[in-house]
Every structure is written in structure tokens, then in C-alpha cells.
Ligand binder design. Structure first.
Ligand code: R7I
Ligand code: MG
Ligand code: MG
Ligand code: MG
Length: 362
């Protein structure tokens, strides 16, 4: 299990660092081009000396993940004011890590806020609707590790909701983060042979009550029924609709990337990037013929990036799921050597692992 914890956090880092090379290429990217590019890392690694800057830098996805992990580790429980402070401090130290376009407003307000008010700035975003960006989902990997031994879906959802609401209060941002957390949690508990239909059904079972509860409580007009086929984004329960669509996609031998991009999305909205990450992870469990010379962790990352769009974030989320399944050994040495802060991620995974063992033996 320690190898899976490490695989999860290191998988997230390498997904972010490698995905960042392509962030914002809004067309699908040929996998052969990505593989060629990654081969050049071998050369870079040979020339790497101790203390050298790593060839690939991490982005906001990893910066915020580190804050989530360190706060949970050092506080031993969720401490809203501590985590918020870490987010803001890290941002002001290195604002050029590719943060989302509006999140700086939250950090600005968090800088000198009363600890009791730490959830308020996020709730003001976008005229009070809150951000639906994927910034909550992209950083959530430490949460399922922290809560692993408790093995309680409701508690995991509460933890994820609290962590997400520090910056993102829109229900789609929160549900997206919960979906990533459950996918990681299920991966940690899965055998190597994943039953993809069961994996998806389990996710739907967990997400459905949340999406339905939101629909019931929402004052919004229900989406208007159009005569043309509606986009899955307009479904009342969009995550469940996309999960159901994924089951069809995984059966489709002639599945096109353009169909995935059209039906699931690949941009900075949580609802149009989390599903692409889950699908990339699940496709690689079945092995991708074109990538058959690579291991399944590598296949996951390369497939996720090949969808284009928000590549660092889709790859970091898919990488966390894949690392949680295949373990740290599946992550190529070269990738680990070339990506910034892999050692930190490994150490945090170890600390989270030890926290679990301490609380279960007490
Ligand atoms: O969600 P967030 O942290 O951004 C994360 C993304 C990842 O791809 C990172 O790798 C990084 O590149 O950015 O940051 P936010 O600024 O909260 O949300 C991201 C973007 O989503 C915003 O800048 C908006 O363009 C869009 N967005 C919205 N647009 C209209 N109305 C989010 N919420 C809304 C909304 O309610
Ligand atoms: Mg980023
Ligand atoms: Mg960006
Ligand atoms: Mg991104």
C-alpha cells in the first residue's frame, strides 16, 4: 500500500509536469509526438547533476496539492485557516505557476482574513455562484490517502468538500473533486485487473445522491429540453450522465478522441475535465493497442495528454488514479528524475501512510 500511496502523489506530479508542456493545445495531440518528446528526457536525465534544476517544472496543480498534503500532515486533521494560509502564501511566493484566471482574487482576500471567514472569499467568486473551475479537483489527491483507513465515503466527501470550498464553492467544482477522490480511493482498493463497468457503477452510486440532492435544492430553472440531442453538460446530473456515457465509450472499439472531447470535454471547468481524466485512467486499464509497448501508467499519462486542452490538470488527476493502482514502481525512473518536487511528493505520501497506521493502531 505504501507503494500505491507514493504512486498516487508522484503520479500526480509527473502528470502535471509532463502535461504542462502541452497545456492549452486545444486540439488532440498525436501520441507518437508525445512519446518522441518524452524520449528526449532520457538524454536530459543523463546530463542531470545533483542540485540541478529539473527539466520539467510543476504548476499550480502541484503547488496546491502540496499545501493540502502538508496541512493535513502537520495538523493531523482538516484545519481550514491553516490550509487557506498555505494556499495564499504559496501563491504570493510563486504567482507564475499557471494559476487559474480568477483564483488570485480569493488569495488576495485570504492574505489577511479573520480565520473564521476563510470560506467567504471563495463564495464571492463569479458574483456569488462560486468558481466551477477544476482547481478543487486538481489538488485533491492527498485527501483519499489521508482518509484511507477510515474507509467511510461520507467522511471522505465531507473532507473533500471542505478542502474544495476554500477556493471553489460551485457545486460542479465540489462534485468534480469528490469524483476524483472516490476514483483514487477505489483505485487504491482495486485489484490489478480492474472491472471497468463495476468501477464506474460504484462511482455513479456515490455521485448520484449528491447530484440529485443538488437538483432538489436548486432554485435554478431546470435545463430546457431541446429537440436536438442535449449536451451532457446540460443534464441535471452531468457527472452521472458522463460516467454512463463512459461505459459505452469503453465498449466502442472505434472510439474517436474527437468524440471524447465533444462528449466529455477537456477544458478548465471541473465538469469538462474530471470525466476525461477518469476515462483516460480506465482506458489504460484495458490497454491501448497503439501504446502497447508502454506500461499502463505511461499509457494513462500519454493518453490523457493526447486529449489536449487542460492537459496538466487532466494528466495530474489521471496520474493520481493510475499511480494509486499500479504503484510507484510503474512510474518511469526518467520521469521521476526529470520532474520537479517528486521527492517531496514521495515524502508526503510516506507521512500520510504513517498517519493512517498511527491512527489505526491507537
Ligand atoms: O479552477 P482554478 O483554480 O483553475 C485551475 C486551472 C487548471 O487548469 C490549472 O492547471 C490552471 O491552469 O488553472 O481557477 P479559477 O480561476 O477559479 O477557474 C478557472 C477558470 O474557469 C476561470 O478563470 C474562468 O475562466 C472559468 N470559470 C468560470 N467562468 C464563468 N463563470 C470558473 N467558474 C466560472 C463561472 O462561474
Ligand atoms: Mg496547472
Ligand atoms: Mg492554465
Ligand atoms: Mg491545468
Amino acid at each position: 500500500m505504501l507503494s500505491r500511496f507514493k504512486g498516487c502523489l508522484v503520479g500526480a506530479v509527473v502528470g502535471d509536469c509532463i502535461g504542462a508542456i502541452y497545456e492549452g493545445h486545444y486540439a488532440k495531440i498525436q501520441t507518437s509526438l508525445i512519446i518522441e518528446k518524452l524520449k528526449k528526457l532520457d538524454k536530459a536525465r543523463e546530463n542531470l547533476k545533483e542540485g540541478d534544476e529539473k527539466p520539467l517544472s510543476y504548476t499550480d496543480d502541484t503547488a496546491m496539492t502540496q499545501s493540502v498534503a502538508l496541512s493535513l500532515i502537520q495538523k493531523g486533521s482538516f484545519d481550514a485557516a491553516d490550509m487557506a494560509k498555505r494556499f495564499a502564501e504559496k501563491f504570493f511566493k510563486e504567482p507564475n505557476r499557471g494559476y487559474g484566471g480568477n483564483i488570485y482574487k480569493v488569495f488576495q482576500e485570504l492574505e489577511d482574513i479573520d480565520p473564521e471567514d476563510v470560506f467567504k472569499p471563495a463564495a464571492k467568486q463569479f458574483n456569488g455562484s462560486g468558481s466551477y473551475g477544476n482547481g478543487g479537483a486538481m489538488r485533491i489527491s492527498p485527501a483519499p490517502l489521508f482518509a484511507f483507513n477510515e474507509n467511510n465515503d461520507t467522511k471522505l466527501q465531507e473532507l473533500v468538500t471542505s478542502i474544495t470550498r476554500l477556493t471553489h464553492t460551485h457545486h460542479l467544482a465540489i462534485h468534480g473533486a469528490i469524483l476524483v477522490a472516490h476514483a483514487i480511493d477505489q483505485s487504491l482498493r482495486c485489484d490489478a485487473e480492474v472491472d471497468v463497468n463495476k468501477f464506474i457503477d460504484d462511482l455513479i452510486t456515490k455521485l448520484k445522491p449528491l447530484e440529485e440532492k443538488y437538483v432538489a435544492s436548486s432554485q435554478d430553472e431546470p435545463p430546457t429540453k431541446k429537440s436536438v440531442k442535449r449536451s451532457l453538460d446540460e443534464e441535471e446530473t452531468p457527472y452521472c450522465a458522463k460516467l454512463a456515457r463512459m461505459k459505452e465509450m469503453l465498449q466502442d472499439e472505434s472510439l474517436q478522441k474527437s468524440t471524447i472531447i465533444h462528449d466529455l470535454g477537456h477544458d478548465v471547468a471541473a465538469v469538462s475535465s474530471v470525466p476525461a481524466a477518469v476515462l483516460s485512467f480506465l482506458i489504460a486499464t484495458q490497454k491501448i493497442p497503439k501504446l502497447k509497448d508502454l506500461n499502463q501508467f505511461e499509457q494513462t499519462i500519454i493518453y490523457a495528454i493526447s486529449l489536449g486542452g487542460d492537459t496538466d490538470t487532466i494528466a495530474t488527476m489521471a496520474g493520481a488514479m493510475a499511480g494509486a493502482l499500479y504503484g510507484i514502481e510503474s512510474i518511469p525512473e526518467t520521469w521521476r528524475a526529470c520532474c520537479e518536487s517528486v521527492n517531496k511528493a514521495e515524502k508526503m505520501a510516506e507521512d500520510l501512510f504513517n498517519l493512517n497506521n498511527r491512527s489505526s493502531s491507537s
